[in-house]
Design a protein around this ligand. Sequence first.
Ligand SMILES: Cc1cc2nc3c(=O)[nH]c(=O)nc-3n(C[C@H](O)[C@H](O)[C@H](O)COP(=O)(O)OP(=O)(O)OC[C@H]3O[C@@H](n4cnc5c(N)ncnc54)[C@H](O)[C@@H]3O)c2cc1C
Length: 510
Amino acid sequence: MKKGAIITGDQVDRDQTLRPEVCVVGSGPGGAMMASRLTAAGASVVLLEEGGYHTREGFDMQEATAFPKLYQDRGNRATADLSISVLQGRAVGGGTVVNWTTSYRTPDDVLGYWRDREGLALTPALLKPHFDEVEQRLGIQKVELEDTNANNRSIYDGCKKLGWQVDTTRRNVRSCLRSGYCGMGCPVDAKQSAALTYLPDAVSRGAEVYARCRVQKIELSGKRAVAAVGRVLLDGRETGRTIRVEPRLMVISGGALNSPALLLRSGLEGGPVGKYTWLHPVVAVGAFYQQRVEGFYGAPQSVASHHFAHRSEGAGFFIEAAPVHPMLSSIAMPGFGGPLRTRMGLLPNVAATIALMIDGFDPAETGGTVSLRGDGGPKLDYPFTPRVYECFRAGMKAMARLHLANGAREVVSFHATPVHLTREADLPLLDEAPLGPNLFAAFTAHQMGGCRMGADPARSVVDPTLRHHALENLYVVDGSVFPTSLGVNPMESIYGLASWASEHLLKALS
Ligand SMILES: Cc1cc2nc3c(=O)[nH]c(=O)nc-3n(C[C@H](O)[C@H](O)[C@H](O)COP(=O)(O)OP(=O)(O)OC[C@H]3O[C@@H](n4cnc5c(N)ncnc54)[C@H](O)[C@@H]3O)c2cc1C
């Protein structure tokens, strides 16, 4: 078997035209899994990835290094009105290089909702062998309670005191030292990212991965995608070199926001491309404890509460922890100058907790819309509706309650003018605090949808086998195909779905 390679932009000194059986654009869980499964079946694969190829030697545990290197838009991505900061990976391995390792299968009721509403055939039984293999390959294991850090433990203990559902999470790590730096690239290769697992598997079976190669557009002819045209990058700039890939099958795995943007740049505006984009929009609180929490050390996420995750009733939310690193904290915490400096000085005593809104389950909800920026990148509009605000308030209250029950000295909201709570009787203050774009800190690290899968071309971009409704050889395989959000962290669902989808691609190849 021919051995493949990871080739970086600086190694490409001339324009190239390649003709593999399959071209995959993007190397996150969707693209990496696809490359792995297809090469295992003997297919030739070329994978083009905009981000660089980074290994543990370069992961120096500094936010200042990691964000420009490993995140979309150098860590500055946001919605068009700047009201939601968008954290999204950009590297060989995609978001798995920077994510916080929380691993969940797709909930059964979410698959049921998709079957009922979108005509999908996905069932827990169908996906089970795929998830079983993913969990084995990535070393996904449940966290022991004694291995949680104080930041996560405060959620666990607070929920228990209130009688709320809470549990430890599962993580894709092996021999984890719990240094706390997952978001900056694992410095000891404990995190089983796609760059350490499915991508090397694919390369060992002949896949060629071109790092720092941004696919500008997909060329079309009739009902076929005939070529992916990639521009080679060096130090973030185009070198003028191109890599043109002319495959039999084209797989777009650029992730939510980027995949719809690529379709739009390629003239594929038909259907709801870019529409129904879901974010699990996040609001946070900081809980100040008498004792040190040191939420910058330890596994960033190891506890979650799904007590308020009412998917069937429209908007619910789930509660998790966020790591308390200085840059991320200073962006999230309200205020400037002296007051911000004072709060930052108390960082070792802060527990940071997030409520992630489960979007997409109210039939009236339209979610976000991706269109194109002037530079061709994705422009994301995500309107805040009364329902979103209702959910944000409920999330903030729940987080404040659990920390007050757990003995926090004070809970502070991340409104522009923060709300300070020291007892339950203060909770109504959260109802009075104004909510509006840029009046409070909001985030997303879970972008989903925008190339929704479904049986009806008017409501979806790809069919139930993930093939584009209008093109016979183009597939979208990543988090952008989810018809709704998930109500759990998305990485494992994307791996599982891609593994299942590879069977359809293999059929198409044969
Ligand atoms: C800070 C952070 C923490 C997270 N924590 C968790 C967690 O704990 N658990 C969990 O389940 N999920 C987590 N996530 C989310 C998870 O990582 C993503 O949902 C997942 O990686 C998405 O997979 P994907 O295949 O859809 O796309 P991505 O992982 O985004 O990969 C897409 C890749 O395609 C590349 N690309 C895009 N467009 C082009 C183009 N035109 N040409 C070439 N390449 C292109 C991108 O650079 C990127 O590398 C986290 C995300 C972040 C940012």
